[in-house]
Design a protein around this ligand. Structure first.
Ligand code: ADP
Ligand code: ZN
Length: 699
């Protein structure tokens, strides 16, 4: 019998387990219950899928995320595993087939939503032999969790019926109350708790404080334009902002959409699908976006405002880099965000708690030591060594004696009778001649102009810290005016020493060096493999990542496997995938190798021979065992090399003209995708590719 390690390699194509996976699997195989807490992207699925493959009967997987079920099941099938899902979106006929397959023992894993489960259980499931029950998103069973679903409460009945089979509850929710409640609510039998680290090393962390709007827009645009192949999410506090960001990005040639809860269901679903299928590069969304999105190649997350708590923030940035590749996260915030958040919660019964959560969030944003350690300590994991992948670790602050700086600020506040906010105070300290300042006569006070030597941004940086140190507080309820605290008075009057981190002018956003080097550049080969993947995905009606994810893509590009053995050594290439499309993939990779120019020429010439015999694209593809995309590629290449290829027989003049117009609007892009989308899919990729080749010749 195959053990977990062999299954991991053969079925999934992975060499080693991630932390905690092997232990969880062993525990389930031994027939015991468990509660598994792993961060998003930690690899929970493998934990119940491998035991399911080892057991001989059916494993039930309970999940509330109906929209994800099909993709999850397709991903299993693509690895050769007999899986099915059962939910309210299916026809009676489809359901009957699944029931029969389950009864015949043909299915290893059955994904089912809790609301469907109870009915199915009474009707036919209760008499079936079951090996294991996995409950995904298990926090939904607890009233303490952030997403309580009443149907989960009925799972107790399932437990009673299958009292002797192992149950596995899985969630990414970290908080302790929920964790403990899960086992109680599900009636688990002395479950073992597997709590994996919440450290997501591949996510870089950066914060940008108090950046003026225009500059922020410029920074974010530059950031995205520098990563044309990377998709990401901008989280905004308000619906209006999601719309204005999306408009701004689109007007700069970036394919973006907005998403918020005020939109109708159909539009929201269309946008989710489009994002999952890589049709849009950027989603500008409120936090309503993300639940139930399993896209593994989200390369960056930007927060346009301060989130209201660390839990939410961590979940949101956790949506980046599920495939384990380096990904960037940047948080922008200013004091207005803080005021707005505080105003939101002011009427709540839990006001104190919410204010405290906002305060913790702000502390994170204003940190002067490793940000990751601050996040992890919030979740109860304590670490001291610097992470080397946050803006603070990459750019450690130098500390200076800030006593005088601090005294200048405090004295400015006192002399203006605590009636000014941070910006006005800075203008006073820098001796600016603004109207409001002169009107109020602040140019006559003693501290006017004493801090000229520091720039406006430098002062912002210092004042942030002074607030953090507790010498100044912000009156959130009184127009964000600054007040001197008791501790502040000690600095001002007793000359208590203050250390501040120095201000270093940052020209651009620093993100992880790793990600800049490692993200897939649009090299010819990766583009070809991507197109191959997209074609397979379309044929099978699944998102591209189900065929293989970007981590696998990257290995394919860097290792360029020459045969099936080498292909099997690539992470994420299991046996079934290699059997299904390995040969074609190897041919494609070998043909695209720059070093093998001669074979490339050779291969296009073979295509030419067949073309000259009058074979259609399809027939040539069939004959040569290549995809039609590859053959079209050959013909275009031959055309460019001035061979007598009549590309016009594959596209109409009207289509070429349409593409020409659209391309002009898209700044003469040579990328297929933006054109395809601008045409709303009315002309297929193949034709667009051909049209571009024709156009490029007559440019
Ligand atoms: P979660 O459900 O915890 O968010 P998933 O189960 O979806 O995470 O796994 C996240 C990604 O990690 C998937 O693309 C999965 O294929 C990959 N993965 C899981 N286990 C391993 C492993 N041992 N080695 C490499 N990749 C893995
Ligand atoms: Zn760090």
């Amino acid at each position: 019998m195959r053990g977990p390690n062999e299954i991991l390699k053969e079925v999934y194509g992975y060499d080693s387990f991630r932390p905690m996976q092997a232990e969880v699997i062993e525990h389930a195989i031994s027939g015991q219950d468990s509660v598994v807490i792993m961060p998003t992207g930690g690899g929970k699925s493998v934990c119940f899928q491998i035991p399911a493959l080892i057991f001989d009967k059916l494993t039930l997987v309970i999940s509330p995320l109906i929209s994800l079920m099909r993709d999850q099941v397709e991903a299993l099938k693509s690895n050769g595993i007999n899986a099915a899902y059962f939910n309210s979106t299916q026809s009676d006929y489809e359901k009957r087939i699944i029931i029969e397959d389950c009864i015949k023992g043909k299915i290893k894993l059955l994904y089912i939503a809790p609301e469907t489960l109870i009915h199915a259980f009474n009707a036919w499931l209760k008499d079936l032999p079951i090996s294991m029950v996995a409950i995904d998103e298990a926090h939904c069973v607890s009233m303490w969790g952030h997403d309580f679903r009443p149907e989960y409460a009925q799972l107790q009945a399932i437990r009673k019926r299958f009292s002797n089979v192992p149950f596995m509850a899985l969630t990414a929710t970290a908080d302790k109350v929920t964790r403990e409640d899960i086992s109680k609510q599900l009636g688990l039998n002395q479950p073992q708790l597997f709590l994996s680290s919440f450290n997501r090393k591949n996510l870089s962390l950066a914060v940008r404080a108090q950046i003026p709007k225009k500059q922020k827009e410029k920074e974010i645009l530059t950031f995205i334009l520098n990563r044309p192949d990377d998709c990401g999410i901008i989280y905004c506090l308000s619906r209006k902002e999601t719309e204005s960001w999306s408009a701004l990005l689109n007007s700069n040639g970036i394919n973006a959409r907005h998403y918020h809860a005020g939109m109708d269901t159909a539009s929201r679903e269309a946008i989710q699908d489009g994002f999952i299928n890589d049709n849009f590069q950027v989603i500008c969304a409120t936090i309503a976006f993300g639940m139930g999105i399993d896209k593994p190649n989200v390369r960056w997350i930007i927060h346009n405002n301060l989130p209201k708590n660390i839990e939410g923030y961590y979940q949101e940035i956790g949506r980046a880099g599920r495939d384990g590749l380096p990904s960037d996260t940047i948080l922008y915030y200013n004091y207005r965000d803080v005021k707005m958040l505080n105003d939101f919660v002011d009427d709540s019964d839990f006001k104190e708690t919410y204010h405290e959560k906002i305060r913790r969030m702000l502390n994170y944003a204003e940190a002067t030591s490793c940000r990751r350690n601050i996040l992890l300590s919030y979740f109860g994991e304590y670490r001291e060594e610097p992470c080397e992948n946050c803006d603070i670790c990459n750019n450690p602050p130098a500390f200076i004696d800030g006593t005088t700086i601090c005294q200048m600020a405090l004295s400015g506040i006192i002399r203006t009778k605590e009636q000014v906010g941070a910006n006005l105070l800075i203008n006073i300290l820098r001796g600016a001649q603004t109207m409001d300042l002169m009107d109020k006569g602040y140019h006559r006070i003693k501290t006017y102009g004493v801090g000229k030597q520091y720039s406006f941004r430098a002062w912002q940086h210092f004042i942030n810290q002074i607030i953090n140190l507790g010498y100044i507080e912000i009156a959130y309820t009184d127009h964000l005016k600054l007040k001197v605290t008791e501790a502040g008075k000690a600095v001002l009057f007793n000359s208590k020493n203050v250390e501040l981190s120095d201000y270093i002018e940052k020209k651009e956003i620093k993100t992880s060096k790793k990600s800049q080097n490692k993200t897939i550049k649009a090299s010819g080969l990766s583009q070809k493999i991507k197109e191959f993947r997209l074609e397979l995905a379309k044929t099978n009606r699944v998102p591209a990542y189900v065929i293989f994810n970007d981590a696998t893509l990257q290995e394919l590009v860097s290792h360029q496997p020459k045969n099936k053995e080498e292909l099997l050594a690539i992470q994420g290439m299991g046996k079934v995938k290699v059997e299904r499309f390995g040969n074609e993939l190897i041919k494609l990779i070998q043909a695209a190798k720059p070093s093998s120019n001669s074979t490339k020429k050779h291969t296009t010439l073979i295509t030419l021979e067949l073309y000259e015999k009058g074979l259609s694209i399809e027939a040539i593809a069939e004959e040569r065992g290549f995809s039609t995309t590859t053959i079209v590629g050959h013909l275009c290449k031959l055309y460019e090399d001035n061979y007598p290829i009549n590309l016009n027989q594959f596209v109409t003049e009207y289509e070429v003209n349409t593409i020409k117009q659209i391309r002009k609007k898209l700044k003469n892009t040579n990328q297929l995708k933006p054109i395809f989308e601008a045409l709303n899919g009315s002309i297929d990729y193949q034709k667009i590719g051909i049209a571009l080749t024709i156009l490029s010749k007559y440019q």
